[in-house]
Design a binder for this molecule. Structure first.
Ligand code: HEM
Length: 399
């Protein structure tokens, strides 16, 4: 199975069931044409791999050395001096810094930031009675909030977003390098400004952290926070919104007050997590997991979606947060509280303002991004009764 095919994107749940039926908990797949990997569908096998960095490190360099520099998934999987692809001592040092600066974020103030970004976006389309909630809401909201948290000025934020968008769709290695250079030059200028005039934002706090990260490390950390923090967050917003608008039981429960936005988010993190497959690990020696011999240095990808649906899992699932949507082990997502607050507040603001919104097309007509990693609709067109703009919130919100 090719994970970036339209066929897979159209019905991944069916594809996971079929793969599990034919192969068991570990399955040979292609991340894209000519890039083989093993996809883990079994929850216990996933936990074993994620909790054993000595045998299953996250460093992709040995794999990378063997594949073409034009491989389209390289920008997403290649090594960088950041936490997510490093192991051991270096990972510990970087992660300690992340965890400390993320823990310092005032979640009350963050709610205020989300509210103010949400209200100005809703005011941009509420009179029209129609919107694409991916492009006009979830994406600009996530990017605007994360930029405020990181301390990226608005004008630089726009350019940074363009560079990142260019990087994601770059057709060749030259384009990819161009966008990558632009992204890093912008971040580097922002970092110099923070060094001379520090504030209370995440980048300024990283410059002051006792682990004494140098500029290259801080740039890499900031790039990772921006890149890893944006796409899954905006996809979680729209995936939870789709559940609340298209699942009749959820919609009735929510409108009747029996179910909250939080419960819809937890349900999506279980059933359709935004990072559907990821947490790539690269076995250094030949070893067998669940009876399958893994190829040395070849990526082993965890299917968070399939592991969460593993039939071998027993027990009451409702309200249970044992899903793998945030990963597991020493490299699990350090920004769970931050992302949860952004998504929850984004949905509450939207549904408070436009309680009657509905999908403008049947759910079965939605098209999904053909991606090995993300579970993401290409657009979320909605309709609702037009309404006047909301008053802008009074509390001070941007850092
Ligand atoms: C709904 C939103 C999010 C989801 C589903 C998500 C999911 C994940 C997962 C599955 C991993 C584990 C990767 C691995 O094991 O290789 C991860 C790691 C990470 N995430 Fe998130 N994430 C989200 C939001 C964010 C946000 C908002 C930020 C930062 C602002 C962030 C920063 C990171 C970082 C830095 C790592 C690497 C941690 C390490 O290697 O120590 N994530 N995330």
């Amino acid at each position: 199975m090719r994970l970036d095919s339209d066929e897979f994107a159209a019905d991944p749940h069916h594809a996971y069931d079929e793969m599990r039926r034919q192969h068991g908990p570990l399955v040979p797949v292609e991340v894209t044409a000519g890039v083989p990997a093993t996809l883990v569908l079994g929850y216990r096998a996933a936990l074993r791999i994620l909790s054993d960095p000595a045998h299953f490190p996250a460093d992709p360099r040995a794999w990378q050395a063997k594949i073409s520099e034009h491989c389209p998934v390289l920008p997403l999987m290649e090594w960088g001096p950041s936490t997510s692809e490093s192991d051991g001592e270096q990972h510990y040092r970087h992660r300690t810094a992340y965890l400390a600066v993320l823990a310092d974020i005032d979640l009350y103030q963050l709610r205020g930031t989300v509210e103010s970004v949400a209200v100005s976006l809703i005011n941009g389309f509420c009179g029209a009675g129609t919107a694409d909630l991916l492009d006009e809401y979830a994406i600009p909201l996530t990017v605007g909030v994360l930029e405020a948290v990181l301390g990226i000025p608005e004008q630089d934020g726009r350019e940074l977003f363009d560079a990142m968008a260019g990087l994601r769709v770059a057709a060749n290695a030259r384009d990819s390098e161009l966008h990558d250079n632009r992204f890093h030059t912008l971040l580097s200028n922002i970092l110099s400004a923070k060094r001379s005039q520090p504030s209370t934002d995440v980048i300024s706090r990283l410059t002051r952290h006792p682990s004494m990260l140098d500029d290259t490390e801080i740039l890499a950390q900031t790039a990772v926070l921006y890149a890893l923090g944006t796409e899954p967050t905006w996809n979680l917003i729209v995936n939870a919104l789709l559940l609340l608008t298209t699942d009749s039981q959820f919609r009735a429960g929510f409108l009747g007050g029996a179910l909250s936005v939080r419960e819809a988010i937890d349900e999506v993190l279980f059933l359709d997590p935004p990072l559907a497959n990821g947490c790539a690990r690269y076995p250094r020696q030949p070893q067998a997991v669940e009876g399958l011999w893994l190829t040395v240095d070849q990526p082993v990808l965890i299917s968070m979606t399939a592991c969460n649906a593993d039939p071998a899992l027993t027990g009451e699932r409702h309200g249970n947060r044992s899903h793998l949507a945030w990963g597991a082990g020493a490299q699990s997502c350090p920004a769970q509280s931050l992302a949860s607050v952004i998504v929850e507040e984004a949905l509450e603001q939207l549904l408070d303002a436009l309680p009657d919104l509905e999908l403008a097309v049947p759910a079965s007509d939605l098209r999904w991004q053909p991606s090995a990693f993300h579970r993401a609709p290409l657009a979320v067109p909605v309709i609702f009764p037009p309404c006047p703009p909301l008053p802008l919130p009074q509390r001070e919100s941007r850092r």
